[in-house]
Design a protein around this ligand. Structure first.
Ligand code: NAP
Ligand code: ZN
Length: 351
């Protein structure tokens, strides 16, 4: 074990602060990565503040991790020392169930091991995420970052990017499809870029009038202000697919009205409090699907990184110092981020 500096929440109600964690030395199949940048996902905030049940403290968030390989175990073939590498939302899974065998580790039957707040099969404790100096991960869960992608702006691809890429692909976003992205935050801005690159007609659906111009710059063909009843009425039955990235409880049924017959809304946000039940009548009357999805498998995440490299897609980021994280959480809650915070981990020691 090596003592490693980190930033942790010690309780649900106290700000994140300096902390020291133990990282294991690489076993035969392990890769040790020096963390250079870590994106800030809304899930970090939900978890640090125990907005979802079950946060274990100390909690070291961060699952949009990029850096350089600094050590590898004897059996490792995927990467070598010095390579650019990334880690997303999972660091382990059973490897044996139907999902794992199909490359759908995120849907591992016994459950994947989250990069933070998961059950660490090595230490017996819980996992610590990317707000730290380094991480040791079994090689299967290590991604390689294509040279064409800048490391800092590539970090958010590892959660926000794959969380949109996987369902967009699964539900057939592409030419001839009108795809609505609900919520222009970290996930939503990646959704706009990816759906556009897949060839779909992209419609941004936002509660924030001031984000309309940005949405178009990011690639949206059209923008709907969801708080404007007339705009929502005019858009009824015009979309094939909806990606709902909203982080707070809300009535997603209002968006079902935008779907054509056979349309699907995919819930991606994980609000901390209950949402209303589905309006089944409208779904039956229009053969609608209400679905949900989480991240993507490891092979698909690598495919997404190559897709982004080929299409020149990265996240729009604001780089912060480690000691700005508590303020960044407050700004994220206000929607004051364009469109993903990324921590420069070189600032961890000084923080
Ligand atoms: P974010 O950057 O804070 O963006 C969330 C966006 O939701 C906001 O920018 C805002 O967009 C919209 N919004 C917020 N409150 C709203 C409300 N009451 N009604 C309507 N819209 C509202 O968050 P994020 O990092 O993109 O994460 C979004 C959610 O996805 C979080 O719950 C996170 O935990 C979850 N998540 C899920 C997965 C998965 O695997 N499924 C992966 C990562 C994250 P506008 O201002 O444009 O309206
Ligand atoms: Zn995330």
């Amino acid at each position: 074990m090596t003592k490693t500096p980190a930033y942790a929440a010690l309780s649900a109600t106290t700000p994140l602060t300096h902390f020291s964690i133990d990282r294991r030395e690489p076993g035969p199949h392990d890769v040790k990565i020096e963390i250079l940048y870590c994106g800030v996902c809304h899930s970090d905030l939900h978890t640090a503040r125990s907005e979802w049940a079950g946060t274990k403290y100390p909690c070291v968030p961060g699952h949009e991790i990029v850096g350089r390989v600094i050590a590898v175990g004897a059996q490792v073939t995927k990467v070598k020392v010095g390579d650019r590498a990334g880690v997303g939302c999972m660091v382990d899974s059973c490897g044996e169930c139907e999902s794992c065998k199909a490359g759908l580790e995120q849907y591992c039957y016994p459950g994947n091991v989250g990069t933070y707040n998961g059950h660490d099969r090595h230490s017996g404790g819980h996992t610590f995420g990317g707000y730290s100096g380094s991480i040791t991960v079994t090689e299967h869960f290590v991604l390689t970052i294509p040279d064409a992608l800048p490391l800092d702006a590539a970090a958010p691809l590892l959660c926000a990017g794959i969380t949109l890429y996987s369902p967009l692909k699964h539900w057939g976003a592409g030419p001839g499809k009108r795809v609505g992205i609900i919520g222009l935050g970290g996930l939503g801005h990646m959704g706009v870029k990816l759906a556009r690159a897949m060839g779909a007609q992209v419609v941004m659906i936002t509660t924030s009038p001031e984000k309309a111009a940005d949405a178009q710059k990011l690639g949206a063909h059209e923008v709907i202000l969801s708080t404007d009843k007339a705009q929502m009425k005019a858009a009824e039955k015009t979309l094939d697919l909806l990606m709902n990235t909203v982080s707070a409880a809300h009535d997603y049924n209002a968006y079902q009205r935008l779907l054509r017959v056979d349309g699907a809304q995919v819930l991606l946000g994980v609000p901390p409090t209950d949402m209303p039940p589905p309006a089944v009548g409208r779904m039956i009357g229009n053969r609608l699907t209400l679905a949900a999805s989480t991240i993507g498998g490891i092979a698909e995440t690598q495919e997404m990184l190559e897709f982004c490299a080929a299409h020149g897609i990265v996240s729009d980021i604001e780089t912060i110092r480690m000691d700005q994280i508590n303020d960044a959480y407050e700004r994220m809650l206000k929607g004051d981020v364009k469109y993903r915070f990324v921590i420069d981990m070189a600032t961890l020691q000084a923080a």
